[in-house]
Structures are given as structure tokens and as C-alpha cells.
Design a protein around this ligand. Structure first.
Ligand code: HEM
Length: 407
């Protein structure tokens, strides 16, 4: 039996951090949405890339093989990006929805540990495939390792989906914790999930990798030593994946929204539900339009696919708002303004993060665009030294300020 709303309300407010938040709740909420979109975009490239690789490397067509090996590498790098960018929404959600996030994690504690172990095993398997196929040609060796990695990622994603999904139903927690009045504190069960929603999120990888392939073709098209027919092949495949994938995910989004439980019926007719569907549809529209431009279509499809992901991330978070608002409003969290931690965060994120990551991405971008060996320009050398100085400055000041403040 579900708990009554007043009891759920009292329980959730009792679980809040009495110290309050160091900044306004809407800011954490915004950071959570933005970084979830970034996390999930990387997840989609990772799963989509592994899928294209698994299929591609087994084909006789040399273009498929080349693309397959390239996407196995892209997917491998996307895993690390997904992990790093996964931490950010994790930190955010545990601030503005701490009662929900921690309770869901404690109720399924074994799965939280399994999440970490499965990710380690899956990523290691990905590297087995990489090391066994360094030559990137011929019949693939140890293909099972790439298949195993993909299965591991899907398990990891399912655990994350379930942990997040359990936060939507605090009225059911007591029943999960003590079914029929008997306490079950084993933490071995995933209590709630939604297959359509999970499949929707996983299949978002199809349109996203499609737009990635279109961007991939554009990127290499400026190099004279690249085979135009291969780029055309990558572009055509990408465009097809973007359009077909978006059609499937849009349908899944509609089915998911149409089958929401009764307590979320108000969400179905809200602007947010429309945003969810539009977000899923966007990659198809932009991929369709890019047909005229061919494989030099530019990066717009990939950027628009990210905008679509952002719309989905906003709608997804609004759905949680609708689900818990009868009991809980994150906006009335007590604020204990702490400019020190806020400034450290902003500096780390906006100055250190942008400068160092910007440098790395620029080097990679320029190296790929260069035929032969890439030589960094004087400006790049200055930027590199500036970043090293910035890192030293940040570390020294951070520990100095922390020491001063702890007395
Ligand atoms: C690399 C494999 C991963 C996959 C395939 C994956 C996939 C997913 C999926 C499917 C969702 C749920 C979407 C939904 O139903 O709403 C999700 C949400 C999330 N993931 Fe990941 N994820 C991965 C890794 C990570 C890692 C390593 C972290 C953190 C360190 C992370 C943090 C999150 C967070 C914070 C959420 C949102 C939870 C919420 O708002 O309730 N993920 N991820």
C-alpha cells in the first residue's frame, strides 16, 4: 500500500540536509539538466559507436570495416567522456533531490556497487578489443570483447535508469523497504523501472551516432589525402541512421508519455511533453535538410542533435518535478549562501575547465586536420604554458584557502 501524501511530505522534508544549500536551488537544477544532457550525449555516442563497430568490422565492404574500427575507438573515448560528465549531474541531483537520490541508492545498494564493477569490466573488455586489433584491418580478433563491453554498458545504463526512476515514486518506498511490514534491508533489488523509457534512452544512440557520422565526414573532407567515396559512405549511413533512429525514438517517446501513470496525467498535456517529442524529432529534421549539402554538410546536424538532447533533459527533469510536487518542492530548499564554495566552483568550471579542455580539444582538432606530423604554433605553446601555470595556481590556492578556512 502506498504511503499517504502528508506522511511522504514529512518524510522527504525530514531527510533534507539541515545545513541547506550553498547557493540557490534553481542553479543546481540548471547545472543538473545541462550536464545530464552532456553526459547522455556522450553515452549515446558511446553506445552508437560500439553498435556501428560491432556490425561494421564483420563486413566484407572495406568502407564498413574502416568505419567500424574508427567507431570502436570513438566509442572507447566516449566512455571516458560519459563517465566524467556523469559525475556532474550526479553531484547536482544529490544536492537538489538528496532525499530521493540517497534513498533510491540505499534501497538498491548492491546495484550501486554492481554499477561500478560492471563499468570497470566493460571498459576493460573494450580495451581488450582495442589491443587485439591495433592494426585496424582484416578479420576482427576477439570480437566477443567488444560485444561484452556493449552488454556491460547496457547493464550499467539500466542500473542508472532504475536508480533515477525509483526517485519518482517516494510514496512506494516504504512498501519496497518493508514489503508486507517485513523489513528487507538487503539492498539487492531494483524495485522500479520502465522498459519503454529505458529503450527510448538507449536508442537515442542511433540518431546521435548518425549525426556524429555526418560530422565525421565533414571533418575529414578538408584533408586531401582522404577518400571522398569513403566520406560519402559515412555521410549517407549517418544520415540514414539519424532519420530512421529519430523516427523510432520519437515513436517511443510518444508511447512512453501516453502510458504515464495516472499521477502524471497532467504532464501529458503540458508544454514539457511536447518538448520531449520535439527533442527526439530534431535530428531527423536536420539530417533530412542536410541531404542537399552532401558530406560537406557541416556540423549543424550534430549540434542540433545536442539541442534535442537538451530539450529532452529539460522535459525529463520537469517530469520528476510533476511526480514529486505533491510532496516536495526543491525550490523551497533553505539557502545558506556560501560565496567561497560558489566562487571556487565557478572558477574551476569556467576558467580552469574551459581553458584546459579547450586546449586539449584544439590540439586534437588541429592534429587531425594536418597531413603528416602536426607542429604546434607559438600561440598553442603559450596556451599550454598558461594552462600549466593555471593548474599550479589552482592547486596551491585551493589548498591554501582550505587550510585557512579550516581554522
Ligand atoms: C558508461 C555507461 C553509462 C551508461 C550506459 C549510462 C546510461 C544512463 C541512463 C540510461 C540513464 C537514465 C536515463 C533515464 O531513464 O532517465 C542515466 C542517467 C544518469 N547517469 Fe548515466 N550512464 C553511464 C555511466 C554513468 C556514470 C559513470 C555516471 C556517474 C559517475 C552516471 C551518472 C548518471 C546520472 C547522474 C544520471 C541521472 C540520474 C537522475 O537524474 O535520476 N552515468 N545514465
Amino acid at each position: 500500500m502506498d504511503m499517504n501524501p502528508a506522511a511522504v511530505h514529512d518524510m522527504l522534508y525530514a531527510l533534507r540536509d539541515p545545513a541547506g544549500l550553498p547557493f540557490f536551488p534553481w542553479a543546481f537544477w540548471g547545472v543538473g539538466i545541462l550536464t545530464f544532457a552532456m553526459h547522455f550525449f556522450a553515452v549515446a555516442v558511446m553506445i552508437g559507436g560500439a553498435g556501428v563497430a560491432l556490425y561494421g568490422v564483420r563486413q566484407d565492404n572495406p568502407y564498413w570495416r574502416k568505419l567500424g574500427y574508427a567507431m570502436a575507438d570513438v566509442s572507447k573515448i566516449a566512455v571516458s567522456v560519459a563517465i566524467v560528465l556523469g559525475v556532474a549531474p550526479l553531484l547536482a541531483v544529490q544536492v537538489y533531490y538528496d532525499p530521493m537520490w540517497y534513498t533510491s541508492n540505499v534501497l538498491s545498494a548492491y546495484w550501486v556497487i554492481t554499477f561500478v564493477l560492471a563499468l570497470i569490466v566493460a571498459y576493460s573488455l573494450h580495451y581488450v578489443f582495442y589491443f587485439r586489433n591495433k592494426k585496424r584491418e582484416g578479420t576482427p580478433k576477439s570480437l566477443w570483447s567488444l560485444g561484452g563491453a556493449l552488454l556491460g554498458y547496457l547493464l550499467v545504463g539500466f542500473i542508472m535508469h532504475s536508480l533515477g526512476y525509483q526517485t519518482l515514486s517516494p510514496e512506494k518506498w516504504l512498501q519496497w523497504y518493508a514489503p508486507n511490514g517485513v523489513v528487507d534491508n538487503s539492498g539487492t533489488k531494483l524495485h522500479d523501472f520502465n522498459v519503454i523509457r529505458y529503450v527510448f534512452f538507449i536508442l537515442l544512440s542511433v540518431p546521435v551516432i548518425g549525426t556524429y557520422l555526418m560530422a565525421y565526414a565533414t571533418y575529414w573532407s578538408t584533408r586531401k589525402d582522404q577518400d571522398a567515396a569513403y566520406l560519402e559512405f559515412a555521410f549517407t549511413l549517418g544520415r540514414k541512421l539519424a532519420m530512421v533512429g529519430a523516427a523510432i525514438t520519437t515513436t517511443l517517446a510518444i508511447v512512453y508519455l501516453a502510458t504515464l501513470p495516472e499521477k502524471l496525467h497532467a504532464f501529458q498535456t503540458s508544454l514539457w511533453a511536447a518538448l520531449w517529442v520535439i527533442g527526439a524529432l530534431l535530428p531527423a529534421l536536420v539530417a533530412w535538410r542536410a541531404g542537399k549539402a552532401g558530406y560537406r554538410c557541416g556540423y549543424r546536424p550534430f549540434i542540433v542533435a545536442f539541442v534535442g538532447m537538451l530539450l529532452i533533459a529539460i522535459a525529463r527533469e520537469m517530469l520528476r518535478y510533476y511526480a514529486v510536487i505533491p510532496y516536495y518542492n526543491f525550490m523551497d530548499y533553505k539557502v545558506n549562501l556560501d560565496w567561497f564554495t560558489t566562487d571556487v566552483f565557478l572558477f574551476t568550471f569556467l576558467v580552469l575547465g574551459f581553458s584546459t579542455l579547450g586546449y586539449l580539444l584544439t590540439v586534437v582538432w588541429k592534429a587531425g586536420k594536418t597531413e603528416g606530423v602536426y607542429e604546434a604554433s607559438p600561440i598553442m605553446h603559450v596556451w599550454a604554458r598558461f594552462n600549466i601555470g593555471l593548474m599550479v595556481f589552482w592547486t596551491a590556492v585551493y589548498f591554501l584557502l582550505m587550510t585557512i578556512r579550516s581554522f
